[in-house]
Design a protein around this ligand. Structure first.
Ligand SMILES: Cc1cc2nc3c(=O)[nH]c(=O)nc-3n(C[C@H](O)[C@H](O)[C@H](O)COP(=O)(O)OP(=O)(O)OC[C@H]3O[C@@H](n4cnc5c(N)ncnc54)[C@H](O)[C@@H]3O)c2cc1C
Length: 224
């Protein structure tokens, strides 16, 4: 269960708050991009990053030169959000129109990883983002590892909010009963892979591309 804390409690539509920890895992495993936010000298900052989940921790990586990540590594409180957009909800008024989604917010403090823990975390992030690719290419060089910051964020304080289904009929008496309303489902699609210009003739598309296709298909929440 996810404990609801003063900062994870939904103010509006509290019925959309989901406290099942498995749903948090499902959203984090389906997502590809997280947005990480923190406050630096009174200035809010937010950046998109790739990430991976390992058990009850979120793993984030980036350049040691990245300002926001350096601040996070130094102990700043962060908020991380992952959003899966499942549809556009067309109500009979713009006011009641909405979106179908699954989203998760995680609060906390990150720890920078080093040594074997850092390498393991990088492999895990890679397996989440591009399954199978780690073993298809050479291992990271010490110089590359030195230029990479890897942060761990425990999934101790998190909220999940989910909207599914048709438009809410909150004001039926004020709406045109003949107007169309409903949902336009949206999902991620992986197109055909495009080989780089320097790929030699005869080099086949690797299995990791098929694995990525399956991973993207798993984001689909249009049947919810
Ligand atoms: C794709 C998408 C589009 C959206 N579009 C809009 C929009 O256009 N306008 C709008 O007002 N709202 C929109 N929302 C909903 C928005 O994210 C908030 O849920 C909403 O503003 C109400 O927040 P609140 O007052 O309940 O929570 P707040 O009081 O603002 O926040 C309290 C806590 O609730 C939790 N929380 C709030 N929202 C979420 C969430 N979405 N996911 C996980 N935890 C959450 C967080 O832990 C947060 O700290 C959208 C959500 C998604 C995922």
């Amino acid at each position: 269960m996810l404990e609801v804390t003063p900062r994870t409690r939904l103010t509006r539509k509290p019925d959309r708050q989901v406290t099942d920890r498995r749903m948090l895992h499902e959203i984090l495993d389906a997502g590809i991009v997280a947005h990480i936010a923190l406050c630096a000298d009174g200035q809010p900052m937010v950046l998109p990053v790739g990430y991976g989940r390992d058990g009850e921790r979120l793993l984030i990586h980036g350049s040691t030169g990245a300002g926001l990540l350096r601040r996070a590594a130094a102990g700043a409180q962060v908020a991380v959000v992952v959003t899966l957009l499942d549809g556009l909800v067309y109500a009979r008024s713009m006011f009641d129109s909405s979106m179908n989604y699954r989203s998760a917010v995680v609060f906390g403090q990150t720890t920078a990883l080093s040594g074997d823990a850092k390498l393991d975390a990088l492999r895990l992030i890679s397996e989440r983002l591009m399954p199978g690719r780690w073993s298809e290419v050479r291992p990271p060089k010490p110089k590359e590892l030195a230029a990479t910051l890897v942060l761990e964020l425990p999934l101790d304080e998190a909220s999940v909010k989910i909207r599914t289904g048709p438009p809410s009929e909150d004001h039926p008496d004020q709406e045109d009963p003949l107007a169309w309303s409903g949902v336009l489902p949206l999902r991620a699609v992986a197109d055909e892979a495009i080989a780089a210009p320097n790929v030699r003739p005869g080099v086949a598309t690797p299995p990791s591309i098929d694995a990525a296709r399956a991973r993207v298909a798993a984001i689909d929440g249009t049947q919810l």
